[in-house]
Write a protein that binds this ligand. Structure first.
Ligand SMILES: [Fe+2]
Ligand SMILES: [Fe+2]
Length: 167
């Protein structure tokens, strides 16, 4: 029988990192929503949902390999309150994940588990998209400054008043 213990360990480390991302991005989502920054708030919620789907993909593979899924985040949520610091943190998290999954893909390959290697490679593509998205938002914030956030607040206020008128 082929042992897949190495793969199960790598997949669970990835589950822990994905859960950290779900918690951290949902925290950013709540904070930004509270400040009325609709666009950024929605980005973080959508990304958190995608990270949750990554947990599911990893968990399915772990169960297929007859392992147990360890549902614990690797890090506590950092209580960051300003938008730019959130984007810097999110981009750093994605970079770390991309580096980790490249490493995990190599280790899965060395353990002769091509399917797990491919799963990590598929995830890398999505994490690179997340990283690019956060980088773009960070650049927008640097280029347009506070007016970039103010515009989002104005849009939020317009929507709120439109809702008041129609209800
Ligand atoms: Fe992910
Ligand atoms: Fe991600």
């Amino acid at each position: 029988m082929i042992t897949r213990e190495k793969s199960i360990e790598l997949l669970n480390r990835a589950v822990n990192d994905e859960l950290t991302a779900v918690h951290q991005y949902m925290y950013f989502h709540f904070r930004l929503d509270d400040m009325g920054y609709d666009l950024l708030s929605t980005y973080f919620k959508r990304t958190a949902i995608e990270e949750m789907m990554h947990v599911e993909m990893l968990a399915e593979r772990i169960l297929f390999l007859k392992g147990e899924v360890e549902m614990k985040p690797s890090h506590a949520v950092e209580k960051i309150h300003d938008a730019k610091s959130m984007l810097i943190k999110a981009e750093a998290m994605e970079t770390q994940t991309i580096n980790d999954y490249n490493q995990f893909a190599q280790e899965a390959s060395a353990a002769l588990d091509s399917a797990t290697k491919k799963l990590f490679e598929d995830l890398i593509l999505q994490e690179e998209r997340h990283q690019d998205q956060f980088d773009t938002e960070k650049e927008n914030l640097e280029t347009y400054g506070d007016s970039y956030l103010a515009l989002q607040s104005i849009e939020h206020a317009k929507k709120a008043s439109a809702n008041t008128l129609t209800t």
